[in-house]
Design a protein around this ligand. Structure first.
Ligand code: ADP
Ligand code: MG
Length: 682
């Protein structure tokens, strides 16, 4: 090795001196810490600040030439009297702020330097072995030749140094180590205005892939990486190109899960937040602070405001968890402003992301297993809902999400986890994520009366029932509203400042995080009584209608009311949920039930219609129809009933929408068509 480090007179240091400084450092007062870490972590962890105090020049040099300095330090450590033969890797923590860089700002100037990057793990591959050194035997003289392996392809000796032979070398020994590749994305809370997060590949080797370390390396977790920026040839490009791909060779990784939960607040911020919370007009102000450029939709905006504050997550002693997140779905006509609202919320809320359901990006919404071309194994990739853990995911075009997401969504919305079990990869990822979804009707336009909501959205009914609130957005011509809408849009174009939000978005963001973090409201007696009365009252009213006893309101709505009421209390930074909060929640639920769950045939609320896509009177008819089919089957030779005949018979029983009912029975699996035009009971 030659000495490269003569920068100026003061900094003159050669390899021997650096090694000596490290040797002294390792036997200094840091020694006991070092031994402790080597036991606990399986590596020699060095606190940079300690090294800096010990020798500033070496500490500075380390940031500039980490590869060389770490090699020298490891060399120095290998001579340590108390560590015996153990070949420990040296890892650094607590590196200075000055070398911290955002993923989007990483440039070629950072190459081969120590950098610190914070991010969220998007993808993590399997751990695979790689050869770092191969020993070959010469087929002519039997000489053994060691070749270091640094490239993707295996390097053989060009010539045998003993006999000059140039071919027929055979591998007799391999020195291996383990490697894992992860992909890290910018933290959602640090994205700012640009919703598109950047990512970078990171390689973890040796003890960084030990099982105990792997607990940190789970997609969706937030980490701080201390590493060295490296370059390599672009994958998939044959031959030499000038362009290079960059990655981080991790020296050390730390979990930063806790540190970022809170947005920093100044005294001034806190005062402003408390003023807002006391303002009697606060709920109106909230409404006026959500997508102010979109006219109307006050109820929806209020619901979204409460969603941002959220209910209280409850964990019972037996481990049963009730989510605090309020899920909202907007269904409606195209061009009604849904996407605009979602994008606005994604920008406004802390830790939010906007994604499109049919996103081509692979991982989709939940999680998926993909091939990793670098380690030639599988990699687990977290989708948007995992990456938005403890935040809000605004999912546009939810109806167009992939098949796998569809089934995984049930688990996400209730248990708030994603379980993956595919190709070697088994994992359960956290997804405590609030969902604000938007969907277009299946047949282009939304029709609130033609059929149940479930039939008009291309989403499973079981999934729909997991939303606390579903709002239809119907774009019907309405002279009065249209005029106001036009005026609103015109005004927005003329005087954009007139549609400024009532609460400054930055303050709003802080307000939300403060309330979410510190306020856990509890029900007052009166509030509980009010919910009880509403719930029992509605169920009783329905039972009096006779017919099949359907359940007009289920525990799901009950929980939704509680969550919304809690959110309403959080707005006031109040620890108590009052009757007014409950009233606000009940009004939202009523509105939701009226527009979607109202049974037009009997005139009563029927939440069953949302939960199963069938109204009670419809179900009664279906049961009758099924009975008729059964009777007819018995009379017909092959037990197949011509549809024409059923329609005829059903008419005599006063039914006219028989085809629709038959289609429904078929969909529900009660009947099938053995031949076109015929049905049979299953
Ligand atoms: P969607 O996602 O529901 O199909 P978009 O959000 O893409 O609709 O809206 C289409 C356009 O119409 C946007 O430019 C939006 O600003 C405008 N728009 C729709 N509804 C309203 C409204 N109520 N007030 C103001 N602008 C609206
Ligand atoms: Mg849209």
């Amino acid at each position: 090795m030659n000495n490269e480090f003569i920068d100026d007179e003061k900094n003159e240091l050669d390899y021997a001196e650096i090694t000596e400084i490290f040797e002294n450092f390792f036997t200094s007062s840091y020694e006991s810490k070092l031994l402790e870490y080597s036991e606990e972590l399986g590596c020699a962890l060095v606190d940079y600040e300690e090294l800096d105090k010990f020798d500033t020049r070496v500490a500075e040099l380390l940031l500039d030439k980490p590869d060389e300095l770490i090699a020298l330090a490891e060399n120095a450590l290998s001579n340590h009297p108390l560590l015996g033969d153990r070949n420990l890797r040296i890892r650094f923590t607590n590196l200075p702020e000055s070398i911290k860089v955002e993923i989007r700002n990483i440039r070629s100037a950072h190459l081969h330097k120590f950098i610190v990057v914070d991010g969220i793990i998007k993808q993590a591959s399997e751990v695979r072995p790689e050869i770092i050194q191969a020993i070959f035997e010469c087929s002519v003289c039997g000489n053994k030749i060691a070749v270091a392996q640094t490239k993707d392809t295996l390097k053989k000796p060009a010539v045998c140094p003993a006999c000059g032979n140039k071919k027929g070398f055979e591998i007799i020994e391999r020195k291996m180590r383990d490697v894992q590749r992860i992909e890290v994305e910018e933290l959602p809370e640090e994205l700012g205005e640009d919703p598109q997060p950047r990512k970078i590949g990171v390689f973890l080797r040796d003890d960084l892939v030990d099982p105990k370390f792997q607990k940190k390396i789970i997609p969706g977790r937030k980490i701080r990486i201390y590493g060295i920026l490296k370059d390599m040839s672009l994958p998939k490009v044959k031959g030499e190109t000038k362009r290079r791909d960059i990655y981080i060779e991790a020296n050390y990784v730390e979990s930063i899960e806790k540190e970022f939960e809170e947005v920093e607040l100044t005294e001034d911020d806190l005062e402003k937040i408390q003023d807002l919370a006391k303002d009697p007009e606060i709920y109106n102000k909230l409404v006026k602070s959500i997508a102010p450029s979109i006219y109307g939709y006050e109820t929806i905006k209020l619901a979204i405001a409460l969603q941002l504050f959220g209910g209280v997550r409850k964990v019972r002693k037996d481990g049963v968890v009730t989510r605090g997140d309020i899920h909202i779905l907007l269904v409606g006509d195209p061009g009604a402003g849904k996407s605009q609202i979602l994008k606005y919320v994604a920008n406004l809320a802390p830790k939010a992301r906007y994604v499109v359901g049919k996103s081509a990006s692979g991982a989709g919404l939940t999680a998926t297993v993909v091939r990793d071309e670098f380690v030639r194994g599988w990699a687990l990739e977290a989708g948007a809902l995992v990456l938005a853990n403890k935040g809000i995911a605004c999912i546009d075009e939810l109806d167009k999400m992939g098949k796998e997401d569809r089934s995984a969504m049930h688990e996400v919305m209730e248990q708030q986890t994603v379980t993956v079990s595919k190709a070697n990869v088994q994992a359960t990822l956290h997804a405590q994520t609030t969902i604000l979804g938007a969907a277009n009707p299946k047949y282009g336009r939304f029709d609130p009366y033609a059929a149940s909501l479930a039939e008009q959205i291309d989403l499973p009914e079981t999934l729909l029932s997991r939303f606390d609130l579903i709002f239809p957005i119907v774009d019907r011509p309405d002279k009065d509203r249209d005029l106001k809408l036009v005026k609103h849009i015109l005004k927005m174009h003329e005087e954009p400042e007139e549609t400024e939000p009532a609460i400054d978005p930055d303050l709003f963001r802080k307000y939300i995080s403060y309330a979410r973090k510190h306020i856990k409201p509890k029900m007052t007696k009166q509030a509980e009584k009010m919910i009880e009365e509403f719930y029992v009252g509605l169920r009783n009213k329905y039972n009096q209608q006779g017919e099949v006893k359907a359940v007009p309101i289920t525990t799901r709505q009950l929980e939704a009311i509680i969550r919304l009421a809690e959110a309403s209390a959080k707005v006031r930074l109040s620890e108590k949920v009052t009757k007014r909060d409950v009233n606000r929640a009940i009004n939202l639920i009523k509105e939701f039930m009226q527009t979607l769950g109202y049974d037009p045939e009997t005139g009563v609320f029927d939440i069953d219609r949302i939960e199963t896509g069938t109204t009670t009177s419809q179900r009664n008819k279906m049961m009758l129809l099924l009975k008729l089919i059964e009777d007819m089957e018995k009379r017909l030779p092959e037990g197949m009933v011509p549809i024409e005949e059923i329609v005829e018979v059903a008419k005599q029983h006063g039914m006219d929408d028989v085809e629709k009912l038959l289609a429904k029975l078929e969909k529900m699996g009660d009947i099938y068509q053995p031949r076109h035009g015929y049905v049979k009971k299953v």
